[in-house]
Write a new protein. Structure first.
Ligand code: ZN
Lengths: 970, 80
């Protein structure tokens, strides 16, 4: 297949003679090119392996692989086509009430349905992420949605006023429907007028024009989202936009309201714009012999234009009896010998795989007549594209004059213009755009006066001048023709028994289905939508919405003005999931020792925002790393540890509020270990606090909490007005932990400070000089259960300390260890990790750390204290215990359940087979009635092949290793 | 959902720069003689009014201040 530059996939296929583009969802009816704007799923295809790409809006590129979908074989001979004959058996809502009982069969039906009714197949091996997906965030004074004449006029007016304007246009070119209309207007063809306007818009310095860019919705406070489909010249494949706008001008235009008639989905039935654009935009003859059944002057203009192009127009039916306004068009019509039938509409399309003719009926009388044609252009007039307005929360109501939805109340800063307001005269349309553009300028100017505007970006047009220009634009618009009367036809005649008149093409929703929904009492569109799927397909509200509301009002016997349409929800078009997912940068932090660890074979993994060394070398069980710490000496990069300074007259009060212990007991030169709880008494964080001088403290938090600590302190002291400063030093300081029986001997080699057990005991904190010049805080802690020193030093100095220690420890065969080794070492010691051995249901007391709680202190109003008191004696709580798994029993895993008969009574948090201990240990949370040493408990293992086996374990103290803590004090 | 909030330090900013801190429900109650029920009422119970309420917000992606503002949850807009 070949195409031309500017072709879409659909226009190229049509040009190549393809008429059947796909199969419908439910009945597998052949479907053709109905719209050109992606308003139905008719032309969804698999393009370059990506399913559900809309052929109508996808631009043709060389080398594209295009395949039909939802068909078996060729769309022209679809194996499931026979479903069409079973329509009787597939009433509205058939997925729900036919297939949902019996329940056990549902999965079976569902998989069958997916195969039959599926929309495209995802190749799980396919590479869908190719190409750059990017996102941009803009601020603008005015966002204009729609690059037709009104949108362009609005953009120019606002731009002239000095405002920053951003214009979204879905098509590749500006001009809207004016860009393919050739009729003469004020001495030049309309498309020339559009080109001239477009040239001015593109030349305007402060108007950013985004073509191939659909605005997908207007959100709170005028945030406009949209996406741009990139061309080969763009640096991206798709770009997501979020544009914070002070004002929004909606000039989204109109689209055909489908005429609901029998067999109205046959290939060869299309919108006015489709036939017209095929001919004028793409230079393709849409058919040989065309019938028109329309209800708007634009339809008449299109018919005449096609006639001028040499397409044989069989007849033009106009559902309006009278009210055709456009004198010039009417004159042109009578100059030609085209049969014209006012007050008539097509009632049936003839032909199965493509249209071969149609039946024309009078809307009042009984007369009917059959015509041959190979193309049937049919609509019930035009309907405004209200999606953008609806997402902006504009109040909309049916307008009995234009017969479309019109805003009755616009949200602050939202303006509407153009043909969607019902205007048809090109001058009126442009004038309405100017009114909106200057209106937006006045709105922005008023804001400027009220001071809400950021400084230095004032409009060059003063508020006075903007409002004078706005008033002039309003006067000009008022002198021009207003909206002509629209056509309120609800459906074509003769769609009774046996007719298949589609209201929604995507979901195969017919007029009959609407009636079935009504018969079940689901008599408003919102209910019919859920029951029979109207408007749930890719076309959403756009094709079906207004017709559904009108038909239901009519069937209820209500006046059509009462027709409430279903809610329109964003996005108004579909960007690809990959675009929404974003560029996929892995944004992470590296510790100051990343390179040093990588050089020693570190295997990194993500831990919070950090990339941390999980283990070194290729043994994920870390046996050697663990043994080395227990018997010799190892070094851990602990830089992600949270490190803070708090100082000021009320610093102690703040510490007393958030820490559960008595923080008055911190002493210079020593570390106080404590924890933070939340209001439910759950453990949130633990670490040490060092008193470093009057009203000056240094403290550490767990790595995971470092980012939330400032927020936490300030939140829990927000009512108190205390005077303290909190400084996050986490990134400024690196830290490393040298641990193991030989730790002191290595440290001694790099510092002159006295690090003996007498001068520098367990839980002491000293400032020492290391390597002849680096001043470091040195903390003697014991998380891993061995003698260990933690050095905190400026991040830039930490690599030097690392090298120094590695060199000094070379004769001891010092080696680095990672997170997994640390995890095993601390678990053998019974030290908890928050979120691993603690969870929502357990308090500080439940995990055996209640000893920290300063129970007598109520004055500080400690966060969590009342909850700890309330839960203390509560029955049925989970408690943290140690487990010793029976020798030879099946080894549990992290997460294995603890059961008592059929009842789940807890689970294993962490379990490892320990070389140090010589047996498999575990930390588990179990119900308190099982939580005493010596208790025999049962572990339940799910088997891969199904079924369960149980094994036993004994409850013991969780301090498995060195329970008296002699090693870390040595 | 998207709206803007006025940080007392940074001015109007997008809501995704902020963390919600809940309704203003007065200072932390005195703990002397505080019953469990009173405590849980203060920490857990929330009104869901369809009218402007005082709320706490944290400008975490900005200056790091906790501030109070009055916002209508029905429209998501701050009210002056
Ligand atoms: Zn701020």
């Amino acid at each position: 297949m070949t195409g031309y530059a500017g072709d879409t996939v659909a226009s190229a296929l049509y040009g190549a003679g393809v008429r059947i583009f796909g199969r419908s969802l439910k009945y597998h009816r052949p479907r053709g090119l109905y719209s050109m704007e992606g308003e139905s799923a008719n032309t969804f295809m698999s393009i370059d392996g990506i399913p559900n790409e809309c052929a109508e809006t996808t631009e043709l590129r060389a080398g594209m692989a295009i395949a039909p979908q939802n068909v078996r074989g060729d769309p022209r001979r679809d194996r499931f086509g026979f479903l069409n004959a079973f329509d009787r058996l597939m009433p509205a809502g058939f997925y729900y009430h036919l297939f949902h009982r019996p329940q056990f069969l549902w999965p079976l039906f569902q998989s069958g349905l997916r195969r039959m009714a599926g929309t495209g197949v995802l190749d799980l091996q396919g590479d869908y992420g190719t190409g750059v997906r990017t996102e941009r965030y803009l601020n603008a004074d005015v966002v204009v949605v729609g690059g037709g004449p009104a949108g362009m006029a609005a953009a120019l007016a606002a731009g002239e006023s000095g405002l920053r304007v951003c214009l979204f246009e879905r098509r590749r070119q500006l001009g809207g429907q004016m860009s393919w209309r050739v009729r003469d207007f004020e001495g030049e063809p309309l498309y020339r007028r559009a080109e001239a306007l477009a040239a001015r818009v593109r030349a305007a310095e402060n108007v950013k024009v985004l073509t191939r860019s659909l605005a997908t919705g207007v959100w709170g406070e005028n945030l406009v989202t949209g996406f741009t489909v990139g061309t080969e010249d763009d640096p991206f494949r798709e770009c997501h936009w979020e544009c914070r706008a002070r004002t929004v001008v909606v000039a989204a235009g109109c689209m055909d309201r489908p005429l609901v008639f029998n067999q109205n989905d046959r290939p060869g039935v299309m919108q006015v714009g489709t036939a017209w654009r095929l001919a004028r935009t793409y230079g393709i003859r849409p058919g040989k012999s065309v019938a028109f059944s329309v209800a708007d002057d634009l339809g008449l203009e299109a018919a005449i234009d096609l006639d001028d192009l040499g397409v044989r127009v069989r007849f033009i039916a106009d559902a309006r009896e009278s009210g055709q306004q456009d004198r010039a068009v009417f004159q042109a019509l009578s100059d030609r010998a085209i049969p014209f039938f006012p007050g008539c509409a097509v009632s049936r399309a003839v032909g199965r795989k493509r249209v071969r003719g149609c039946v024309l009926r009078s809307l009042k009388g009984r007369g009917s007549r059959r015509f041959h044609c190979d193309l049937l252009v049919a609509n019930a007039g035009m309907q405004p594209r209200i999606g953008t307005l609806a997402t902006a929360n504009a109040r909309l109501a049916y307008c009995a004059h234009t017969h479309g939805y019109q805003p009755t109340e616009l949200p602050p800063g939202v303006f509407v213009a153009g043909s969607m307001t019902g205007l048809r005269d090109p001058r009126s349309i442009e004038a309405s755009g100017r009114v909106a553009g200057y209106g937006a300028a006045v709105w922005c100017g008023d804001r400027a006066k009220s001071g809400a505007r950021a400084a230095g970006r004032g409009p060059s047009l003063s508020p006075g001048r903007a409002s004078r220009a706005a008033e002039a634009a309003v006067r000009e618009a008022k002198a021009l023709p207003g909206p002509p009367a629209g056509c309120g036809i609800i459906h074509a005649p003769a769609i009774g028994r046996g007719a298949k008149a589609f209201v929604d093409l995507d979901e195969d929703g017919t007029y009959k289905n609407v009636k079935e929904s009504m018969a079940r009492g689901l008599d408003v569109p919102e209910l019919a939508k859920r029951f029979a799927g109207f408007g749930l397909g890719p076309g959403q509200y756009r094709v079906a919405g207004q017709n559904l509301a009108m038909i239901m009002a009519d069937l209820r016997g209500d006046p059509v003005e009462t027709a409430h349409a279903t809610t329109v929800r964003p996005p108004l078009g579909a960007p690809s999931i990959a675009t929404l997912a974003g560029p996929g940068h892995d944004v992470h932090k590296r510790t100051p020792l990343h390179a040093e660890q990588a050089a020693r074979g570190a295997v990194f993994r993500r831990a919070g925002p950090w990339q941390r060394a999980r283990h070194f070398g290729d043994d994920p069980s870390c046996r050697d790393e663990i043994r080395n710490v227990r018997t010799n000496v190892g070094i851990l990069d602990s830089s992600p540890l949270g490190k803070f300074r708090i100082h000021g007259p009320d610093a102690l009060k703040a510490l007393q509020r958030v820490y559960i212990s008595d923080m008055r007991k911190t002493r210079p030169g020593s570390c106080k270990y404590s924890a933070m709880c939340n209001d439910m008494g759950q453990l949130m964080d633990d670490g040490v606090v060092v008193n470093e001088g009057p009203d000056d403290y240094y403290f550490t938090t767990s790595s995971a909490r470092a980012g939330a600590t400032v927020e936490w302190f300030r939140f829990h002291t927000r009512h108190d007005g205390w005077d303290y400063n909190l400084v996050n030093l986490t990134d400024a300081l690196g830290s490393l932990n040298i641990a193991g029986p030989n730790a002191r001997r290595v440290l001694e080699r790099v510092t002159g400070a006295n690090v003996s057990n007498e001068a520098f005991p367990y839980l002491a904190c000293r400032r020492i000089t290391v390597g002849g010049g680096v001043e470091a805080r040195c903390l003697r802690l014991g998380f891993v259960g061995e003698l260990s020193f933690e050095l905190h030093a400026p991040a830039s100095c930490v690599p030097y300390l690392w090298d120094l220690l590695m060199e000094a420890g070379a004769d001891f065969r010092v080696r680095p260890f990672g997170l997994e080794a640390q995890n095993c070492l601390r678990a053998e010691k019974g030290h908890v990790i928050i979120g691993t051995e603690s969870e929502q249901r357990v308090t500080l007391t439940d995990i055996g750390m209640g000893w920290m709680w300063d129970r007598e202190n109520t004055v500080s109003k400690k966060v969590g204290a009342p909850a700890l008191r309330a839960c203390e004696r509560q029955p049925g709580r989970l408690k943290l215990v140690g487990l010793r798994v029976e020798e030879g029993a099946k080894a549990p895993r992290d997460g294995t359940l603890v059961v008592d008969g059929e009842k789940i009574v807890g689970y294993v948090c962490t379990t490892r087979s320990s070389e140090t201990l010589g047996w498999q240990y575990g930390l588990a949370l179990v119900h308190r009635e099982h939580a005493f040493p010596g208790r025999r408990i049962h572990l339940c293992h799910e088997e891969k092949a199904g079924g369960r086996v149980t094994s036993t374990a004994f409850v013991i103290s969780p301090h498995f290793y060195d329970p008296r803590g002699q090693r870390l004090r040595s | 959902m998207t709206f803007r909030l006025t940080c007392p330090v940074c001015g109007k900013r997008d809501v995704y720069e902020f963390t919600f801190g809940g309704q203003e429900r007065g200072p932390r109650p005195e703990q002397d003689g505080l019953s469990a029920e009173e405590h849980f009422r203060w920490t857990q119970f929330r009104l869901i009014p369809n009218e402007p309420q005082e709320e706490w917000w944290y400008h975490g992606q900005g200056c790091g201040v906790w501030f109070k503002t009055t916002r209508d949850p029905g429209t998501n807009r701050e009210v002056k």
